[in-house]
Design a protein around this ligand. Structure first.
Ligand SMILES: Nc1ncnc2c1ncn2[C@@H]1O[C@H](COP(=O)(O)OP(=O)(O)O)[C@@H](O)[C@H]1O
Ligand SMILES: [Mg+2]
Length: 262
């Protein structure tokens, strides 16, 4: 479904990605792990058009994404969430999802001029869709609350609902469980498993090993801007290069992320 070949990226003199190639199959949850600074978020930024690679090719469902703007990548069917939450805190939870829904065809200027009733009807349909998405991430009860008043975990789930509002085929999640408590993590795992069952493909960056190992069939490991291992959770757990990358360092991956807002 997604094919990255030979991606390299430097910032000034700092090479943060070196010849990264990976394939994400249609259907399923793939984990992307690696120590802090390995280049995982940069991979997401290249896929989604926020950054341009210095070298390499990004292909999604046979189309080349290189050079596309983020909104164009999104229209091709790729949506993402961010490591640092990006929502509209003053707007209601429902409004946050509504503004992310792509205008329907019958919202075209001609139709709008032709029929006020048509607009009302499609607005109503969009609201139904937004509520359905909120239900998927267990936020329906908070639809009318200001988004900024939600708990940290709930704000992360709202970001997922906003990403889903663009009707993606592939969802990129950047540390969705960061800062969540164990109950919220378990709930999020169940929701991600349900998204997988509904036919979405998911690429998941996550530091919590039991989270990744619990829901991913395939795991890709990065270190110092390279892919160092690809395999099942069982293979990854036993891979000497992975153990070295995680244990041969002082910065323990699980303790580096306590990214709660003050
Ligand atoms: N926009 C940027 N400008 C300069 N350096 C960056 C930028 N984005 C990321 N980096 C650097 O690239 C490296 C990889 O970062 P990142 O992709 O965020 O890693 P990860 O998500 O695996 O923790 C880090 O050294 C980071 O400081
Ligand atoms: Mg990151």
């Amino acid at each position: 479904m997604l094919n990255l070949s030979g991606l390299s990226k430097s910032f000034g003199g700092l090479q943060v990605l070196q010849n990264v190639s990976l394939m994400i199959p249609e259907r399923g949850i793939v984990g992307l792990i690696g120590p802090n600074g390995a280049g995982k978020t940069t991979v997401f930024n290249l896929i989604t058009g926020l950054l341009l690679p210095n070298e390499g090719r990004i292909e999604f469902l046979g189309r080349e994404l290189n050079g596309m703007a983020p909104y164009q990548v999104n229209r091709c069917g790729v949506a993402r969430t961010f490591q640092n939450i990006r929502i509209f805190k003053e707007m209601s939870v429902l409004e946050n999802v509504l503004v992310a829904i792509r205008p329907q065809r019958n919202h075209s200027p001609a139709r709008v001029l032709l029929s006020a009733r048509g607009v009302r009807h499609s607005k109503q349909r969009e609201e139904e869709l937004a509520r359905e998405l909120l239900r998927k991430v267990s936020l329906l009860e908070t639809a009318d609350h200001a988004a900024g008043t939600l708990s940290y975990g709930a704000q992360r789930r709202l970001e997922i609902a906003r990403a889903l509002a663009t009707a993606p085929k592939l969802l990129l999640l950047d540390e969705p469980a960061a800062g969540m408590n164990p109950v919220e993590k378990q709930q999020l795992m169940n929701e991600i498993i349900k998204l997988d069952q509904s036919g979405l493909s998911i690429l998941l960056i996550e530091h919590d090993m039991s989270f990744v190992m619990g829901i991913c069939k395939q795991i890709i490991v990065m270190d110092f801007g390279r892919v160092i291992a690809v395999g099942s959770p069982e293979q990854i757990r036993q891979d000497p290069r992975v153990i070295e990358a995680y244990l041969g360092r002082e910065d323990e991956p699980d303790s580096t992320y306590s990214e709660r807002p003050a």
